[in-house]
Design a protein around this ligand. Sequence first.
Ligand code: ZN
Length: 273
Amino acid sequence: VAEGNEDRFSRQVALFGPDGQRKLRETRALIVGLGGLGSHVAQQLTFLGVPDETLIDHDIITGSSRNRVIGARPADVAAKTPKVDVAKRLILEIDPEATVVTYTVKLEHAHDAFADRTVVFGCVDNDLVRLQLTELTARHRIPYFDLASDTGIDNQGAPTYGGRIVFGAGSRCLHCLGLLDPEDIRRARLPEDARRAHDETYGIKQSALAGTGPAVVSVNGAVAALAVTEFMGWITRIREPAAQLVYYGEKRAVRRSTDEGDPDCPYCRLWRQ
Ligand SMILES: [Zn+2]
């Protein structure tokens, strides 16, 4: 035990016991998306004592990242630092002995990252990647927490801010819960010039603007903390995670959805093959 490390987890072991801490230490996490949501998840998993994190994000830090990406520094903008490298630095500052593997590529080029993972956190901002994650986690039978922040202006012009988390492990998923927008997925699959023509004809829906729309650190932090807290309760055997929690920031409420999945869902069926 490194100097000064004996008490590192004493305050949380007081909650869930040494067996719970051992379960955290045995976790091999995969975080997809290391921006406004995923950077909080990386930080919190490391503080909890998850020692092994694989990170996927092809994107770099820009000036507009600096209102919310945990660990980003001013110099990262000029240096065009990949978001995964900022997260790796953050993790290693908290736990120098952590194992961190980074993929600075899009998800479709990082399928081998799934092979030995025990939990996946999806922290992305588009439904095509969520669909890819739904299929990949089902094929590998890896429990999957999906995080989404949902911040914008409603039809009456009032600000709305919040988000939701969904936990899938074979009995329900984003697809059979009806949470993926087929129109967003179709648009995301178009080649660049066809997408531009599509947007000129139909306009861009707010949901498809997630990468450039409103984003606030505290809202992302609330959504990330809901997901990591459900993970903590599940992995330490305190209780089963909620299937779906929805955070309505402007109403100051978190609600648990009891929506059921579809037993014939093609993605959930992959878990049973
Ligand atoms: Zn399903």
